[in-house]
Ligand binder design. Structure first.
Ligand SMILES: NC(=O)c1ccc[n+]([C@@H]2O[C@H](COP(=O)([O-])OP(=O)(O)OC[C@H]3O[C@@H](n4cnc5c(N)ncnc54)[C@H](OP(=O)(O)O)[C@@H]3O)[C@@H](O)[C@H]2O)c1
Length: 313
């Protein structure tokens, strides 16, 4: 199948593009950079140089590629991590999720693209109540912290498009927290660096539940979603949502760091803000039952317990 990928030079792309090629898809990736275009071409991927925020340029690129499927993996998150400025840090990513998705859909429509797969997130967007592993039908947070409102609105916008678009099939993959090479939880990554320096403590008891996904499994689910599964929303997470108080000491051990410090709630509010504390103490993870059932996908790393030890390099 002819597949167009945006954001293919990023962290997930490093796994996704080779897997698409291996599965005999004809792959076209968009990039802004001539040097990255050269690298893509060397790995068997056709490249088109375009800035995705240049709307006419993006439309022309899609029309030139004539893809049957579009995989939209753009984000601009390098350096993200300040919960007080979350919306500021996600501003470009939010534009990719809204404006750029709209442009891709409109362009795809003109050439008969069959399916578009977009990137969403599984974790903090869910309402912070009830059980630890949310399904795709569970409600999103009705009242996020002020600094998260625009980012949640962009996610809602994208997912509303998934539900309302009829002229082509749209799927949103709510990936859990990525880990693996090239991510913050990978060899040399920002979070690993902080854990090693004991600068990532367990805040307020660490009751927040996180869902993780290794990049390889995220890529495998994405390839599956090109041809399987009804349009809709899918959690792409591993089998073991876990409290911060559980996974963080295990990550520290896996990277041969000392155990994380424990910081009380009140001090946490000062250190990472009132906006950050729900991420550490209240958020919920996701269930992957739908993705397993409908995409016929199972993770190679069923738990972060294995992946943090074997999958960071
Ligand atoms: N679910 C998750 O946990 C999740 C999801 C996404 C990202 N992340 C994390 O975020 C970090 C960075 O991820 P990443 O490498 O995939 O993404 P990224 O560095 O944010 O960018 C991905 C691609 O988007 C394009 N891009 C970036 N900034 C752009 C801009 N200003 N304008 C136009 N295009 C732009 C770039 O393509 P070109 O340079 O080729 O044009 C880039 O290769 C990693 O730690 C990753 O784990 C996490």
């Amino acid at each position: 199948m002819k597949v167009l990928v945006t954001g293919g030079t990023g962290a997930i792309g490093k796994f996704l593009l080779p897997l698409l090629v291996e599965n005999r898809h004809e792959v076209v990736a968009l990039t802004r950079s001539a040097s990255k275009a050269g690298q893509l071409e060397e790995s068997g991927v056709s490249a088109i140089i375009v800035d995705p925020l240049d709307k006419p340029g993006l439309v022309a690129a899609v029309r030139r590629a004539e893809p049957e499927a579009i995989i939209h993996q753009l984000s601009a998150l390098t350096g993200a991590g300040n919960f007080r400025k979350f919306d500021q840090e996600f501003a470009l990513t939010n534009r990719f999720r809204t404006e750029v998705t709209d442009t891709l859909l409109a362009a795809g429509r003109t050439i008969g693209t069959r399916r578009l797969i977009a990137q969403s997130y599984c974790g903090w967007p869910y309402a912070h109540k009830g059980g630890p592993a949310k399904t795709e039908d569970d409600p999103l947070d009705p009242k996020p912290p002020e600094s998260f409102t625009k980012t949640l609105a962009a996610i809602r916008y994208l997912e509303d498009k998934v539900r309302s678009t009829t002229f082509l099939e749209v799927l949103a993959l709510r990936y859990g927290m990525f880990y693996g090479p090239g991510t913050a939880i990978g060899k040399g990554g920002e979070m690993v660096r902080m854990v090693k320096k004991r600068r990532f403590p367990v805040f307020g008891g660490g009751g927040g539940v996180w869902s993780f996904i290794h990049l390889l499994d995220a890529a495998r689910a994405t390839v599956a979603a090109i041809s399987r599964g009804a349009p809709g929303i899918y959690n792409i997470v591993d089998d073991e949502p876990a409290k911060v108080a559980t996974w963080l000491p295990a990550l520290a051990k896996a990277v041969e760091a000392k155990p994380p410090y424990k910081i009380p709630y009140w001090l946490g509010e000062i250190m990472i803000g009132k906006e950050g504390m729900p991420i550490m103490t209240q958020v919920r993870g996701g269930s992957n039952a739908k993705a397993k059932r409908e995409l016929n996908w199972t993770p190679v790393y069923p738990s972060w317990r294995i992946g943090f030890v074997d999958g960071l390099e």
